[in-house]
Design a protein around this ligand. Structure first.
Ligand SMILES: [Zn+2]
Ligand SMILES: [Zn+2]
Length: 394
């Protein structure tokens, strides 16, 4: 084992109290997306106390931040990204309390042990992963452009690095019709709900004729007010997903046509609002392997293959710009679904605490390898270029 890495692990252990109190505080004070003020205050204060240059309000987002530590001039810029938003009505059901704690531990231990190696450790706090996606405006503002790699951790039911995530469009459909008394003068009304329901049916018929990786799931967010008024407004939200962007674009257009067709058939109008777009992950296998190797070195024995079924993440949009990988670290029993009370409870359990510390060591170790070995970084960048080109050709 590299002696500097051993020192990095000792430093993470020495910071254990600080790291775990951040984890527990964020867990016990769950904040919704774009309102994560307490988490940001604690994370940025801790990083500033350890010599990082902190900036809040990054990309115009009140709860986005950067914390930069430059060691010598030049060298790679190693990005460590964290999320800290909770789920409405549930708390930290996605384990985002683990992330900031772990990243702070990794960043401080790495910064302390760079020695003469030129490198910059760049921590970014990215709000609202579960809702509006802070990373998207941060990408548009060019916040991550200076990075050579972006690393994250996320809790999970197994320790792995995913090889993929689904591209996704989040869309709202609003149908409008004409209100009327549903018994006295139904012939004078046009039901917006009819248009909406017909769109749902049309989408059901699509399911047989799309690839098996496609996911289309919607809920009605407005279905009218009372039965005796013909609804003049009805609305639904849909997430439409597929393994790659080019195919997803074709599916999305078919869903839009289902909405337009349903509107035409029912005499309603439909407005389509595109709410959020996630790309599929650009997979850089050499970077995944670097993270997993460092997870093993940090003491994680049980490493699983990548998950075969994944969701979507705004981190994938970051991986379209720069090589990125997220280490998922087991802290709940295998098969336990996220966005659940089991995940909330595990966030402050011994398993949760162990995951935070191990991830801090693994990420700091990976950061050290990237700073110490320019050949590793060049290979990762080359793999990234190839994987990105291949994804455009799908
Ligand atoms: Zn989640
Ligand atoms: Zn999550």
């Amino acid at each position: 084992m590299n002696p500097t890495k051993e020192q990095i692990y000792r430093d993470v252990d020495a910071l254990r109290g600080t790291i775990l109190s951040i984890n527990d505080f964020i867990h016990d004070n769950p904040e919704l997306g774009n309102e994560e003020f307490k988490a940001v205050e604690l994370l940025t204060r801790t990083l500033a106390e350890h010599g990082f240059q902190v900036e809040t309000g990054v990309a115009g987002l009140a709860t986005a931040f950067s914390a930069i530590y430059q060691n010598k001039q030049g060298g790679p810029v190693i990005g460590l990204l964290c999320e800290y938003d909770a789920l409405e009505g549930l708390g930290h059901g996605c384990g985002h309390n683990l992330q900031g704690a772990s990243i702070v531990g990794a960043a401080i231990a790495l910064a302390r042990n760079l020695g003469d190696l030129p490198a910059t450790v760049a921590v970014y706090g990215t709000p609202a992963e579960e809702t509006t996606s802070g990373k998207l405006p941060m990408i548009r503002a060019g916040v991550f452009d200076q990075l050579d790699v972006a690393l994250m951790m996320h809790g999970g039911d197994r320790t792995t690095v995913d090889g993929k995530s689904l591209a996704m469009n989040m869309v709202e459909f609003v149908f409008t019709g004409k209100a009327a008394h549903a018994a006295v003068a139904p012939e004078k009304g046009i039901s917006a709900l009819d248009g909406l329901l017909l769109m749902f049916h049309a989408i059901e018929y699509m399911r047989e004729h799309v690839r098996t990786d496609v996911r289309i799931h919607g809920v009605i967010t407005d279905g009218g007010v009372v039965p005796n008024i013909v609804p003049d407004r009805a609305a639904a939200q849909f997430y439409i997903r597929a393994a790659d962007r080019p195919y997803l674009d074709t599916v999305v257009e078919r869903v839009y046509n289902a909405a337009r067709g349903a509107a035409l058939a029912t005499g309603t109008q439909v407005e389509i609002h595109e709410m959020k777009t996630c790309e599929n992950k650009i997979n850089v296998e050499s970077l995944n392997q670097l993270l997993l190797q460092n997870a093993r070195e940090a003491g994680i024995q049980d490493i699983s293959p990548p998950r075969s079924s994944t969701g979507s993440t705004d981190f994938a949009n970051v991986t379209y710009r720069i090589p990125g990988a997220c280490l998922r670290v087991a802290f709940v029993p295998f098969g336990t679904s996220s966005h659940s009370t089991e995940w909330v409870e595990a966030g402050v359990s011994e398993a949760g605490h162990t995951a935070v510390i191990l991830a801090a060591k693994a990420l700091a170790g990976a950061g050290f390898d990237l700073a110490a070995d320019p050949a590793t970084l060049s290979r990762i960048k080359e793999d990234f270029r190839q994987a990105k080109d291949a994804s455009y050709l799908l």
